[in-house]
Ligand binder design. Sequence first.
Ligand SMILES: *[C@@H]1O[C@H](CO)[C@@H](O)[C@H](O)[C@H]1NC(C)=O
Ligand SMILES: *[C@@H]1O[C@H](CO)[C@@H](O)[C@H](O)[C@H]1NC(C)=O
Length: 401
Amino acid sequence: MGCKAVCFGLSCLLFAYYIYTPIPQNIEERWKVGIFDAIMKIISLTGTLFESIGLMTCEEWFFTIMRLDVTKPISDENVTVLDTAFGDIPVRLYLPKRKSEKQRPAVIFLHGGAFVLGTCKLSAYDSMNRWTANKLGAVVVGADYRLAPQYQFPVSLEDAIFVVKFFFQDDILANYGVDPTRICISGDSSGGVLATKVTELLQNDPEFKNKIKAQALIYPGLQLLDTFMPSHQENKHGPILSRDLAIKLGCLYLTKDKALPQVMRENQHMPRGSRHLFKFVNWSVLLPEKYKKNHVYKEPVLGKLDPPYPILMDSRVSPLITDDSQLQNLPLTYILTCEHDILRDDGIIYVTRLRKVGVQVTHDHIEDGFHGALSLLMSPFHLRLGYRIQNKYISWLEENL
Ligand SMILES: *[C@@H]1O[C@H](CO)[C@@H](O)[C@H](O)[C@H]1NC(C)=O
Ligand SMILES: *[C@@H]1O[C@H](CO)[C@@H](O)[C@H](O)[C@H]1NC(C)=O
């Protein structure tokens, strides 16, 4: 009886969310996106409920559900797939079976999940990395860096750096037949943040003797300074990624203190003495007119948090506040942004900033795209949009790596 009541309640909720959530008109397969969005909101709501009654934290709940989608390393006729480790970091390798005369290119892929969730073994990432290996004849490395809140900043970044350096060792490259001059670092969402920061730090590190050929960033979130960008305001409720959820999870990367997300929602979280950094994220200057629409720039209020979080001024958390002198050493870059994504403006501003310092950037903007679509590749939820994003990314790699 109790179970029936709960199921009935959840179905009503699902239906209500489905009816009331506005999915942008231009989105393809709207009914599917609507259902997925409603499911996401219910998972989120149940998580909050579980957290408030002390059953488990919201992120543990997300993790429990995500675990259902973890795949085993299954080789197929084209690609050998194996789980191993670089040092202590678990990695999944995709090794093409096709013989190659030349050394192979390689891609190191860093998955998304707000630094809190995810693994490269999720079915969508597994299928994309497999396809990348097959299509490019490339060695692909999926890296499972450690996650927050157990391992907070900068652990995931350090793990990502470790994986890249480990892979660049002569004997490892030789072992997999990889050409050190044809390696790309890729990532989606928070993985995109890691990808670009790893790339930038290594390109500027005199001790690192190699050069990274390219970086590919799929809807990356690149700053925590300003949470009132036009894209934050327009896509507050998703689809899929709401502003509240992004802030809640994103903050766990830095702290468990609930005061931070609370103040960040009001855009009053930055410490005193950080005003000089806003020139790097000032959308009223850096965003093309098309995206400003009729939004009015409002300067964030500083110094409201006690104690303050100086970590918010660290460019390893917000790559957008990196100096031009460091950015200019970035390699060939691919950036994909989606119109209906709170992180849209981060990516677009990064394109502007990189081009200004002479970095060669390919920018794909998906007018009917939204955050996380890449992860919706498996049935019954697979979306044509997910495949389109995957194909754009892989085509760019094919042409440029
Ligand atoms: C193997 O590669 C061929 C050619 O690219 C492709 O048509 C086929 O679907 C691939 N097999 C698998 C299991 O992905
Ligand atoms: C942002 O840019 C506007 C000009 O469009 C300027 O008036 C404002 O002072 C800038 N704010 C900051 C914090 O840099």
